[in-house]
Design a protein around this ligand. Structure first.
Ligand code: FAD
Ligand code: SF4
Length: 332
């Protein structure tokens, strides 16, 4: 493992001051929360910070539900959020996405903030034996182009990077219009989760709009009416402990067998959590008939681009949307 010094600041202001000394991504000073992603990357020499600034004990871990919505402290663990009665009853899409993620051991340790900022599972990013990876080593090329790209994205890609965003939680939260509360050395600010992650374009190593040193302090989710029905469908190579090949997060406001409104987001296929608003527009007012659902789901493929091994995802994501809607509708 790459050797590092662990700093344990006494308060968040000191942590922010420490981290602000360094640059944006893969800096010599980095934060660590639950450590479930960071430690793997240190072990594989993918990340080589000289210092880690521990956020343990410095961030809110409360989970609070009110008539306005849900607030998740950034330090709340995946397990705590998935088991919270308000989340289970009022925001089951979030609980489902979390329970379909990782393993009980990881969920006990991993935090909300760390989950949203975990790094891609593109195998070339995680194996320093491959020199070419624009995300790990800017300007070095992309081993996935012409290489093994089954796990990579088909939406939001560029000729510099097609790495899929890995978080299941982020997909559910994007569907629910979540907002991230952020704090730096200066002001606090709020960022819609849909705007937090950047497309790779020409600079895949810059993954979010966070300024160097900014921390996520909380996630807020506006209240949805009790009548909404939802489902998180995750297609993966094995039934647990595995990332999504394709995932669909769906929330529906139903009037009998007619859809008043729908929210749909995709995982495993986008370079960021991928909201498909064109599908939502087509679903508004549509019936739950399979043909109507299929027609709307085809719109998800707009702009999709396969790289060979992952071409199948373009069809699979449409089927996942239809299936997730049918299951959500059956909950009604
Ligand atoms: C075996 C395994 C299987 C997994 N399967 C899945 C899966 O199926 N689905 C899924 O979604 N995830 C999966 N994961 C990923 C797991 O969910 C993440 O590793 C975890 O959520 C990261 O949270 P953490 O608190 O441990 O973050 P850390 O590892 O501590 O940090 C991750 C990153 O976030 C930064 N960071 C952490 N907190 C903050 C903050 N508050 N503000 C700013 N920066 C911060 C750190 O600097 C670091 O860059 C899996 C992980 C493992 C090990
Ligand atoms: S797809 Fe992105 S992360 Fe994967 S090898 Fe190419 S540049 Fe690196």
């Amino acid at each position: 493992m790459h050797p590092f010094v662990l700093e344990r600041p006494k308060d968040l202001a000191s942590a922010l001051a420490f981290r602000a000394q360094a640059g944006r991504n893969d800096a010599p000073i980095e934060y660590i929360a639950g450590g479930t992603d960071m430690v793997q990357l240190l072990q594989e020499y993918v990340r080589k910070p000289d210092r880690l600034v521990s956020l343990a004990g410095l961030l809110d871990r409360r989970i609070e539900a009110s008539p306005e919505g849900l607030r998740l402290g950034a330090a709340a663990t995946m397990a705590e959020v998935a088991a919270h009665p308000a989340v289970v009853q009022q925001y089951p899409l979030i609980a489902e996405a979390l329970l379909n993620s990782a393993s009980p051991q990881v969920r006990n340790q991993a935090t909300m903030g760390g989950n949203l900022l975990q790094r891609t599972r593109c195998p070339y990013f995680r194996d320093v034996g491959y020199a070419a990876c624009n995300k790990r080593a800017p300007g070095s090329g992309c081993s996935a182009i012409g290489g093994e790209n089954r796990w990579n994205a088909v939406l939001g890609t560029s000729d510099q990077c097609s790495a899929a965003h890995p978080s299941d939680l982020a997909v559910a939260l994007v569907a629910l219009d979540a907002v991230v509360e952020v704090r730096g050395q200066g002001d606090r600010r709020s960022v819609p989760l849909d705007d937090l992650h950047r497309l790779p374009a020409e600079s895949p190593h810059i993954e979010t709009v966070l300024e160097p040193g900014e921390v996520i302090t909380a996630i807020t989710v506006p209240a949805t009416t009790a009548s909404w029905r939802s489902h998180y469908l995750k297609v993966r190579d094995r039934a647990s402990f595995e990332f999504a090949v394709v995932a669909a997060a769906v929330a529906l406001d139903l009037d009998g067998s007619r859809i008043r409104q729908a929210r749909v987001a995709l995982g495993g296929v986008g370079t960021k959590p991928w909201r498909v608003r064109q599908v939502e527009s087509a679903l508004a007012g549509a019936s739950m008939e399979p043909e109507a659902l299929r027609r709307a789901a085809t719109l998800a493929a707009h702009g999709a681009h396969g790289y060979g091994h992952n071409d199948f995802k373009i069809e699979l994501m449409q089927r996942a949307i239809v299936r997730a809607i049918e299951i959500a509708g059956a909950h009604a």
